[in-house]
Design a protein around this ligand. Structure first.
Ligand code: ATP
Ligand code: MG
Length: 307
């Protein structure tokens, strides 16, 4: 199945602070060397030891060693609030196809989740189709194209919400990222926590009026520093909903508000080019789960011109 040497016992370490800079640099150069035909060339081939040191000091990275202490794989992370970027993934060329890349990704996902991230992003050169396929195999989908030669991919980090307070708290954390013009589409079965999440968003935005399940009202505007437009499209889902949705004039309020739509899946995606899809589930066990998937370039975390 695998080629090359058998995979030895692995030691995976999360490093934030002092890192083995020389080893990381050598391994990164070896791993990226095969890509020197890339145009423009990868920044990994010309970075300084200082850059590596400050990457590890500021945000951190992973190192995977064998029993003998040999460095086999490494990557770095960048912490951008609820989003983490995984970058500079380097695997010893003699250990390709041994699952080390997957191991790096899984460890980074676990780390980011523990530290409160809700998604991870990577940037992949379009020319590197194998790399693109790898990231797809660990759950990444395209988010935005950059510079005509690379694509930003994103992967949600499923959130376990043990108690109602956790659902509320997730709304609070999401609100920190939200700005006027944003559309949040909430899906999931009855009682999954859509309103509870919206209450957290409303609380953090500091809007007026209690956020409730609008049984009779389809949309409610909560005034505030950034107004919250809370829509419950449940009753619109039955046939003919399109017309009623148009009646809500969400187009008009959207640019200056945060618009959150319960049961909006399949109905409101056309309102904006970008959106945040939040899917809540009620697993058989206690609690809830949330999967937050950004759609569209609004949710890119990379500067327009990047490495
Ligand atoms: N993480 C959680 N664990 C357990 N219970 C939760 C959790 N989050 C929310 N709940 C509870 O689930 C119930 C339903 O929540 P909520 O009204 O927010 O769901 P909903 O998705 O808006 O429902 P609907 O589909 O009727 O609009 C509430 O009693 C709420 O407190
Ligand atoms: Mg509700």
């Amino acid at each position: 199945m695998n080629s090359g040497p058998d995979l030895p016992a692995l030691h995976v370490e999360r490093v934030r602070g002092t890192a083995p800079i020389d080893e990381v640099q050598q391994l990164t150069l070896r791993a990226f060397a095969g890509q020197d035909s890339l145009n423009p060339p990868s920044g990994a081939l010309s970075e300084s030891a200082d850059t590596i040191a400050s990457d590890f000091a500021e945000s951190g990275g992973l190192v995977i060693r064998d029993d003998a202490g040999e460095l086999l794989a490494t990557c770095r992370v960048r912490r951008l609030g609820l989003a983490w970027v995984i970058r500079r993934c380097a695997v010893d060329p003699s250990y390709r196809r041994h699952g080390l890349g997957r191991r790096l990704a899984e460890e980074a996902h676990a780390w980011a989740t523990e530290q409160g991230a809700v998604r991870t992003h990577v940037g992949v050169r379009d020319a590197r189709t194998g790399s693109r396929a790898f990231w797809a195999s660990v759950g990444y989908t395209p988010l935005a194209r950059h510079g005509g030669f690379w694509t930003e991919l994103v992967r949600p980090l499923p959130q376990h919400l043990a108690e109602p307070e956790n659902t509320h708290a997730l709304g609070v954390r999401l609100a920190a990222e939200l700005r006027p013009g944003d559309l949040v589409v909430l899906s999931g079965p009855l009682g999954a926590g859509k309103t509870a999440l919206t209450q957290g968003i409303g609380a953090a935005l500091g809007v007026r009026g209690p956020v409730t399940s609008p049984t009779f009202v389809l949309a409610r505007v909560h005034p505030g520093p950034v107004p919250l437009v809370h829509v419950d499209a449940y009753r619109l889902r039955d046939a003919g909903g399109r017309l009623e949705l148009d009646d809500l004039d969400l187009d008009d309020s959207l640019p200056d508000s945060v618009t959150v739509v319960e049961w909006g899946e399949g109905l409101v995606e056309g309102l904006a080019e970008s959106r945040l899809d939040v899917h809540l589930e009620r697993p058989a066990e206690d609690g809830r789960t949330a999967v937050i998937t950004p759609v569209g370039s609004r949710w890119s975390v990379f500067a327009p011109v990047s490495e």
